[in-house]
Design a protein around this ligand. Sequence first.
Ligand code: GTP
Ligand code: MG
Length: 150
Amino acid sequence: TEQTFIMVKPDGVQRGLVGEIIARFEKRGYQLVAAKLVHASQEHLEKHYEDLKGKGFFAGLVKYMASGPVMAMVWQGKDVVKQGRVLLGATNPLQSAPGTIRGDFAIDVGRNICHGSDAVDSAKKEIALWFGEQTPTIAYQRSADSWIYE
Ligand code: GTP
Ligand code: MG
């Protein structure tokens, strides 16, 4: 099944939104298969955001992301990469619909509290970067699965 990398950014951790964000993925029916709180280095974050190198906000973004611990997670389930981003809402919280995480809890694009992989490919890269190349996830049978999937 599909996996995605979801991260609560330092502002989300500081604001006490880790549980709220986990709850939304859980309630939707997605399965948590890896999680850790990490204070990432600037170097690690530059790698994570390497596609954005050259953007005017890149230095500020890396500094913000290195300013405190983040909650790094792998979530699993049908269409989770795309649906994960739907749960997060638009990148700019001013454009995020109410009911989405950013639409409910954020205002500034530079403090948008969460990250989600934008494609199956980048999800694989990000999971390897944050959790290591070896399969980092915990495989387990969830008893609720037959109530979530037809
Ligand atoms: P992520 O899930 O965090 O990767 O967001 P995204 O995929 O919706 O957007 P993108 O990858 O293009 O940008 C990554 C992050 O950079 C965003 O989540 C913002 O935190 C930040 N960012 C993007 N655009 C801007 C901007 O115009 N100004 C500022 N200050 N930050 C930005
Ligand atoms: Mg992105």
